[in-house]
Write a protein that binds this ligand. Structure first.
Ligand code: TMP
Length: 212
């Protein structure tokens, strides 16, 4: 009699997402955290949303530059996400890799929900459809006062995308939506005070990530 093969002993990878208002400085910590994890022997994939796949990056170009209906914008965010999960995130996690993603669905709740006022129930339906089975293991929300974030963006002196060009009130609503979401999901979301020296932020990141 033949017994079925033993299951693959590879541990599943972890899914970490980075969030925050534009100018919160999160992206500068993504590569650092990836290197820190790699130095501990882990295999790490770094990716972003909208984007992360060939099709997703094309959708990103449209989303960041073309005017469109709010629901079109939301559906395209989730369409890019569906592709991203199927082509990159799920296969990497299944292979035991860690995935660090610069923004995920919390951004849709914060920007399209909080910032633009889209009904949360519609977001919940799309979230359930696209990744009801998958949530980040850890979400780091980089937070700082709006004025500091706006100053950082102004100093960068580059072309601003459609979201960055929005008025201060929009970004304030996005910030509050992130903080509210972090309050509702304390099991996976951590708010990081991003208005500090980089060393202090990294020390806190090490502690939080070590805990998972
Ligand atoms: P990034 O500049 O952090 O790469 O993000 C691109 C912009 O896309 C940022 O301004 C936030 C916005 N965005 C949304 O509005 N909804 C989303 O679901 C995602 C992933 C990003």
């Amino acid at each position: 009699m033949k017994f079925p093969e033993a299951p693959n002993p590879t541990l599943p990878g972890k899914f970490i997402t980075f969030e925050g208002i534009d100018g919160a400085g999160k992206s500068s910590h993504v590569d650092w955290l990836a290197d820190w994890l790699r130095s501990r022997g882990l295999s790490v994939r770094v990716t972003r949303e909208p984007g992360g796949t060939e099709l997703g990056e094309k959708l990103r170009g449209l989303l960041l530059n073309e005017e469109m209906h709010l629901e079109t914008e939301t559906l395209l965010m989730f369409a890019a996400r569906r592709e991203h999960l199927a082509k990159l995130i799920e296969p990497a996690l299944a292979a035991g890799e860690w995935v660090i993603c610069d923004r995920f669905s919390d951004a849709t709740y914060a920007y399209q929900g909080g910032g633009r006022g889209l009904d949360r129930h519609k977001l919940q339906v799309l979230e359930q459809w696209v990744h009801g089975h998958r949530q980040p293991d850890l979400t780091l929300v980089f937070d700082l006062p709006l004025e500091v974030a706006r100053e950082r963006i102004a100093l960068a002196n580059r072309h601003l995308d459609r979201f960055e060009q929005e008025r201060a009130e929009f970004h304030q609503r996005v910030r509050l939506a992130y903080l509210e979401r972090a309050r509702l999901h304390p099991e996976r979301m951590h708010v990081i005070n991003s208005d500090r020296v980089i060393e202090a932020i990294r020390k806190e990141l090490e502690q939080i990530v070590s805990s998972i």
